[in-house]
Design a protein around this ligand. Sequence first.
Ligand code: PRP
Ligand code: URA
Length: 212
Amino acid sequence: MAEELKVQVIDHPLIQHKLTLMRKKETGTKDFRELLEEISMLMTYEITRDFPLEDVEIETPVAKCTGKQLGGKKVGVVPILRAGLGMLSGVINMIPAARVGHVGMYRDPATLKPVEYYCKLPKDVAERTLIVVDPMLATGGSADAALSLLKQKGAKSIIMMCLVSAPEGIRLLNQHHPDVPLYVAAIDERLNDKGYIVPGLGDAGDRIFGTL
Ligand code: PRP
Ligand code: URA
């Protein structure tokens, strides 16, 4: 029986089109960054679809009426450094009141294990819904460690949003963080022997920041 991965693939045509442009090796830093920001905005629109609303009494220039506004928990956005920074502006363009936390995590190139080097979060992390962003979910080690760290710091409500994923990374998050809804724009075939996603888009951090 085929294995069931617990993940929501956001396959909106605009996202798929823009992702294909990002994957092309000839796409330069400026376009890559802009496309990632645009996709992050579109993905944020989708992942917030079920956010609760509450009634609010307002007055338009014409009449009083009952409008809707976001209710429920306030939002925090947590990019996993470095590449997650490429998704941050897209999310906060959509949710400007969100607070931002940062988790620094890099993957040791030899062991592929995550190494934590920075963590700064809003004080009220336990009261917020955190949207953790990282374009690449490969082995899943970095996201797994970041989610564990956030939980250790008190986070109770977390959503994980990635651009390109490999089955290995999804599987790891499903095992270790079944409580965290996972959204991706694509599930690729596999990892290569260097832990890169195939076909993927290469090293996301290097393509965002031009450090190739
Ligand atoms: C990349 C990416 C993820 C991680 C994914 O970061 O942004 O954080 O690799 O790989 P994993 O799922 O196997 O852990 P990288 O370590 O290249 O650091 P950078 O963002 O600073 O470039
Ligand atoms: N990190 C990246 O930036 N790309 C990959 O394909 C895997 C990990």
